[in-house]
Design a protein around this ligand. Sequence first.
Ligand code: SF4
Length: 452
Amino acid sequence: MISTFDLFKIGIGPSSSHTVGPMVAARRFRDTVLARGGVARISAEIYGSLAWTGRGHGTDVAILLGLLGHAPATIDPDRTAPLADELRRTGDLGIPGVHFDTERDLVFNFKDILPLHTNGMRFRAYDAAGDAVEDQIFYSVGGGFVVTAAEAEAASAGEAGQEPPLAFGSGRELLDLTLRTGLTIPQIQLANELTLRSRADIDAGLDAVRDAMFACIERGLRMDGELPGGLRVRRRAKRLYESLEATKLANSRPAHEIMDWISLYALAVNEENASGGRVVTAPTNGAAGIVPAVLRYTRDFCPDWNDERGRDFLLTAAAIGGLIKARASISGAEVGCQGEVGSAAAMAAAGLTAALGGSAFQIENAAEIAMEHHLGMTCDPIAGLVQVPCIERNAFGANKAVVAASLSLRGDGQHRVSLDEVIETMRQTGHDMQAKYKETSLGGLAVNVAAC
Ligand code: SF4
């Protein structure tokens, strides 16, 4: 079972697979070393997409912070750079007997790819004689999820984890469950979550996710200036917000102005993500603006908002995100941007449809529409930074999600292409996509736009 709180993880930018995941992996390895003792040296080697776009995505900093024992959910985003700089200067990991020389011990391997996933990491620990005493491989498989080689092999062999009471492995099964039980999609997701935590904890957790999403929007609306990384991209959310506020009470305004508000919320989140701020994976960091933008749109512009509707939105979005992750991928490095922005749009469309009282069939339809019109979208971030095209792409994804929900709510839920078919199409398209379009910055916009 993929929990709502696995998909919506409060962390930091700019990338769930390249920042959050590596930090989690490095911290896990630190715990292993601390438990073991007798270690004189540690090394970390990153492969594939992590190496190719790791500098732009802050993978090196994330690994240093993880080795220092920090976690994405709790680290102060303003302290990440100073902490990494201090470690580079002192070599002090706080592990007795270990001096970490960043130049020597943190290796970007641009030649090799580990066998199970392009986002591979290998951590080794050596004793005083120079012999390796620990050797662990981790994969960052998207959305901040991290697995060891053994866990990845068990997953690909289909070894089952804990079975929730209302398990569903496809959109069809989910719809059948709603017919059989009379429950809504958010109620089914909630019933499954109850195997992991209490109702009070679930409600509090969902509200915390919502609050973190809205806080990210608020911060993004206030910040100005250039984003870090050298691409000289200027933040836009603040100026757009001021412009919208200035004309808010004008007598004559175009109806499509609502799209600017939806775009604004997404831009605010993704500008925060690009600057390493506090964001929520939804389902990834690169696509972190879409679900919050549509959730905020629901709160501010749709009727009858209340906390319960917000929770239904998130539970429904998680049910759809879990299906996509299980049946295809939410990783840009695996299937391109269709798996990140496309998945987020499908989740947001489903969430909005649920919050507006749509049926299970309309929710499934909304998710399908949103995903269908992201098929084939490549991942080609310029300079390996999660800025262009990522930030604007979230604004489009959020608007498409609203269009998908609206089209679905105007229908009866009956439609020609099923969500399962479109997820499978996304998986196959991602499989066939050339590697240069999968978060390597070796193709597309990344090679056709000057990065200086
Ligand atoms: S292009 Fe899409 S998948 Fe690639 S880093 Fe940007 S948001 Fe993520």
